[in-house]
Design a protein around this ligand. Structure first.
Ligand code: ATP
Ligand SMILES: CCCCCCCCCCCCC/C=C/[C@@H](O)[C@H](CO)NC(C)=O
Ligand code: CA
Length: 517
């Protein structure tokens, strides 16, 4: 159902019409309806006001701008008939009440130290006024230390909230996600240390107000990193399911990941950048350049099971967009599996593919990982909720070739079109570094140790004697040998995926009527 907002010139003789553009606003995108008091200062209505007392109401609604940006716009409707005015206000309010997916009560965590340290200001100035306009009540916690939000989620009565909001970056989101998923498993008696456990879905949605350094999860699920846009997606009650990978080492749970699990290049960037947090978001550029120059490669073995259940491929040009067909198919399969087995299908009987090699980077992404630094992301055709991850293997190559690969993160060219890059869509994988394989089989002879020493002393030789670190959504992992499994649609966000943009390059929108036809 739509509300047609037709902006009519209030005083045509004086040409005082500000907006001539009419628009259809879906009821689902109305933010609030308020009775409005007219005062003498109100423009252009003097002549009308002399004729009769005016009654009015204001509709606050989502206005879509360029590049997926949403803004709050308002239109005031007025008439002389008080009863008619009240009827309209009442009818619209009732329609809003019927929007059952909208949150009424939210738990908000603010990281005051994420990104440029603007989290608190962003929330107070840009987000809280919108929540209040939409009559959403909030409990706000400003975090005092790392893991504050995560620990708190194990203590509070989460079930009284319609959602949890995190104000911060990918690391802060990761904390809240671990708190919520961990709490759900604890309450359901599921052992997270069992890598084969069928995890319980988390139906409490998370909203991300971006205030971090990369904000990749927000950008990849909304299409822009903008606090007002994200607040409006929360208010209208959007829902986007998300795949989550569980990461284990020797039957011990390490972490969950929704965006990037990166070994080699992205692991090394993270490790170096953690020491330079004081630089803010710039730390990634500094450490990125340093890591690029070091050009380290790492030897290891990857075993994976292809994701045969999904219809897409990482090399196709089909991007995951709002209402994505491929993710919908996975959702149906998941529902059928849950109905039939109560448990997800065991992957035991399916074949494993094994790859040994020397790698500059191993990246496993559950989503495109688009962010302002890389607008298409590390895997542009990855899906948010198809139950698979794209495993990208960048083999040892020259610095120049690796630079060509990195540059393609930022332009329109195919970043997988290199002989040293392979990409697979997988549902699970395991990685063991050469070093841990050697350690396990106790073949670390004296000669190797001495060679290791030699190479550490001569970084220019780029040898892979030490392990890299896994970058798990911006957090480091303690182990290099890991076992990863994608859990289809384990959690949900207040988002709708990236919408097909209906604005053209010049910023003109198609008329709403054209869109409806
Ligand atoms: N009050 C706090 N003091 C110190 N650290 C905190 C506090 N609150 C949260 N943290 C931690 O800060 C880490 C980084 O925060 P956040 O993700 O918000 O910013 P960022 O690292 O700059 O951005 P991005 O993750 O997008 O690169 C998180 O892992 C979180 O655990
Ligand atoms: C030659 C210099 C290359 C510099 C490369 C800079 C970094 C590019 C950023 C792309 C990262 C996309 C994946 C997102 C990962 C996030 O989970 C993580 C935490 O926010 N961010 C990073 C940078 O690891
Ligand atoms: Ca996916």
């Amino acid at each position: 159902m739509y509300l047609l907002i037709e902006r009519i010139p209030l005083d045509p003789s004086r040409g005082s019409c500000v907006h001539t553009e009419n628009c259809f606003v879906p009821i689902s995108e109305i933010i609030a309806v308020e009775e409005t008091e007219f005062n003498k200062k109100q423009r252009n209505i003097g002549r009308w006001q002399k004729m009769a007392k005016l009654h009015a109401f204001t509709v606050h609604y989502v206005k879509k701008a360029r590049n997926h940006r949403w803004r709050c716009s308002a239109a005031t409707f007025w008439c002389v008939d008080e009863h008619l005015c009240n009827q309209w206000t009442q009818a619209l309010k009732e329609l809003l009440e019927m929007q059952k997916s909208r949150p009424k009560q939210l738990l908000v965590y603010i990281n005051p130290f994420g990104g440029k340290r603007q989290g608190k200001r962003i929330y107070e100035q840009k987000v809280a006024p919108l929540f209040s306009l939409a009559s959403i009540s909030t409990d706000v916690v400003v975090t005092e230390h790392a893991n504050h939000a995560k620990d708190n989620l194990f203590e509070v009565n989460i079930y009284k909230y319609d959602g949890v909001v995190c104000v911060g970056g990918d690391g802060m989101f990761s904390e809240v996600m671990h708190g919520l998923i961990g709490r759900m498993q604890k309450d359901s008696g599921i052992d997270q240390n069992n890598p084969k456990a069928s995890l319980v879905q988390c139906n409490i949605r998370i909203g991300i107000i971006p205030a971090g350094s990369t904000d990749c999860i927000c950008y990849s699920t909304v299409g822009i990193s903008d606090p007002v846009t994200s607040a409006l997606h929360i208010i209208v009650g959007d829902c986007q399911p998300l795949d989550v990978s569980s990461v284990h080492h020797n039957d011990t749970f390490l972490k969950y990941s929704v965006s990037l699990l990166g070994y080699g290049f992205y692991g090394d960037i993270l490790k170096d950048s953690e020491k330079k947090r004081w630089m803010g978001p710039m730390r990634y550029d500094y450490s990125g350049f340093k890591t690029f120059l070091s050009h380290h490669y790492y030897e290891g073995t990857i075993a994976y099971q292809p994701a045969k259940h999904t219809h897409g491929s990482p090399r196709d040009k089909v991007s995951c967009r709002t209402g994505c067909y491929i993710c919908k198919q996975s959702e149906k399969q998941l529902a059928e599996q849950n109905k039939e087995h109560g448990l997800k299908k065991e992957e035991g009987e399916e074949e494993w593919k094994v790859i040994k090699g020397k790698f500059l980077a191993i990246n496993a992404v559950n989503m495109s990982c688009a962010c302002p630094r890389s607008p298409k992301g590390l895997s542009p055709a990855a899906h948010l909720a198809d139950g698979s991850a794209d495993l990208i293997l960048v083999r040892k190559c020259s610095r120049f070739d690796f630079l060509r690969y990195l540059v393609r993160h930022t332009n329109q060219d195919d970043q997988f079109d290199f002989p040293f890059v392979d990409v697979y869509r997988v549902k699970c994988f395991q990685f063991t570094s050469k070093l841990s394989e050697d350690n396990e089989s106790n073949v670390m002879d004296v000669g190797k140790k001495r060679f290791g020493q030699f190479c550490r002393d001569h970084p220019a030789c780029c040898c892979n004697i030490v392990n890299s670190t896994w970058n798990c959504d911006g957090e480091t992992l303690d182990s290099s040998a890991i076992e990863v499994r994608v859990h289809c649609q384990l959690m949900k966000l207040f988002a709708r995926g990236i919408e097909e943009d209906c604005k053209d390059e010049a910023g003109h929108s198609q008329s709403s009527i054209e869109q409806l036809l």
